[in-house]
Design a protein around this ligand. Structure first.
Ligand code: AP5
Length: 218
């Protein structure tokens, strides 16, 4: 199955995508992760994307659709989880084309429905271990021993440069203006499942499982 995870910044797309990878062997295609890797590597795409990402705006449709196109074949037979893509109508059209060329189509869309004000807290408090990438949150999930990673014991942590309140607000405005309007494309096909993203990650995962099982039976 090819699944789109849709929701504003901090809705839990990455968290749920990783669970689907671990539990179902699907492949996560996160355009945010791909762009951050490009920025870190200093590639031409990364150089173009950095300023736009730091401002909380959307990178060009052509760049992100090319990134997805390059990786789509690696998901054949396993199913892709599109995390943070598509984010505009042009991207939704590009995805249709890329999947259609491979005899595939979007099977269903999970919309994580959330309270945006709570998301600012979720995002501005999060950080990761600089060595192993383990995720933490200042209030909801701090390391057991302050200053030391629970997983690998490293003492250095990092934050995403776009995880400050001002940028988060811009990212949310971009979501409302450009991404939410693509939902009707999938609603018209009857493939959108709405899940309450304010529940615990486990409850959200259970709701996604129930939706996808129901979908497979159809
Ligand atoms: P991207 O990396 O996709 O960021 P985002 O959409 O802003 O989403 P986040 O990664 O912040 O949140 P998430 O929904 O994955 O939540 P998470 O699981 O991490 O994009 C970054 C930038 O790249 C964009 O602004 C844009 O510039 C560019 N870009 C990317 N894709 C693009 C595209 N297609 N087109 C154009 N530009 C593009 O969870 C967040 C936090 O909450 C974590 O701390 C987590 O532990 C916690 N959490 C998760 N679920 C729960 C829960 N149920 N309860 C409590 N806490 C929870």
């Amino acid at each position: 199955m090819d699944i789109i995870l849709l929701g504003p910044p901090g809705a839990g797309k990455g968290t749920q995508a990783q669970r689907l990878v671990a539990n179902r062997g699907m492949v996560q295609l996160s355009t945010g992760d791909m762009l951050r890797a490009a920025v870190k590597a200093g590639t031409p795409v990364g150089l173009k994307a950095k300023t736009v990402m730091d401002a909380g705006e959307l990178v060009s449709d052509a760049i992100v659709s090319a990134l997805i196109g390059e990786r789509l074949d690696s998901t054949a037979g396993q199913g892709a989880i599109f995390d943070g893509y598509p984010r505009t109508r042009a991207q939704a059209e590009a995805l249709e084309m890329l999947l259609g060329e491979r005899g595939r189509a979007v099977d269903f869309v999970i919309e994580l429905v959330v309270d945006e004000d709570a998301l600012v807290d979720r995002i501005t408090g999060r950080f990761t271990c600089a060595r192993c990438g383990a995720p933490y949150h200042e209030r909801f999930h701090p390391p057991k021993t302050e200053g030391s990673c629970d997983v690998c014991g490293a003492h250095e942590f990092k934050r995403r440069p776009d995880d400050n309140e001002q940028t988060v607000r811009t990212r949310m405005a971009e979501y409302r203006a450009k991404t939410a309007p693509i939902l009707p494309i999938y609603d018209d096909r009857g493939i959108v499942h709405r899940v309450d993203g304010m529940k615990t990650p486990e409850e959200v995962a259970d709701a996604i499982d129930a939706s996808s099982t129901a979908r497979r039976r159809k």
